[in-house]
Write a protein that binds this ligand. Structure first.
Ligand code: T46
Length: 140
């Protein structure tokens, strides 16, 4: 479990004298087929979000404006990363508990997901999450 939990993907910047452009293509820059896109914005002051894990979902989170902090936890350790640039994304794999904190007022957090929305895929209870990580470790 020594690998970093923070997995950044740096995006190629297609820029010219007019400014910058980033293209996020499935299976190229984004390492999964994109089935859903959502974004979080207008987050009220002091609000934190997340507090869950997914059983079978890969996501790439990109702060296209402003900033926020993402805490990721694999059931054994946790790490935090500040998302504050549209030029790279944080890859979040299966069975990772995530919490989002410190949203700036102007934060727009774009998330690309590998599957359609499915509430049954969420683990919203932390003890259940820990139990599922231990079960997964026994299987592997
Ligand atoms: C995640 C973090 C980074 C939908 O109906 N469709 C959707 O695609 C999503 C993402 C949410 N919803 C509904 C479910 C809830 O009634 O929107 C409401 C808010 O969702 P939630 O409380 O899960 O939002 P966050 O910010 O805590 O978590 C979200 C994603 O749900 C989650 O997958 O990894 O952002």
């Amino acid at each position: 479990m020594s690998e970093s939990l923070i997995q950044w993907i740096d995006f190629p910047i297609l820029g010219d004298e007019r400014g910058s452009l980033i293209a996020l293509e499935a299976d190229r820059v984004v390492p999964f087929p994109i089935k859903r896109v959502y974004y979080i914005f207008n987050t009220a002051d002091g609000v934190s979000r997340g507090f869950h894990a997914h059983r079978d979902l890969k996501q790439l989170a990109v702060c296209v404006k402003g900033s926020c902090t993402m805490m990721v936890n694999n059931g054994y350790s946790s790490e935090s990363a500040v998302l504050d640039t549209p030029t790279r994304g944080l890859l979040i794999e299966n069975l990772i508990w995530r919490e989002m904190h410190n949203f700036s007022a102007d934060c727009v957090l774009l998330v690309l997901a590998s599957k359609p929305y499915d509430e049954a895929d969420y683990i919203r209870n932390y003890d259940d999450f820990i139990e599922e990580t231990r079960r997964a470790a026994r299987r592997s």
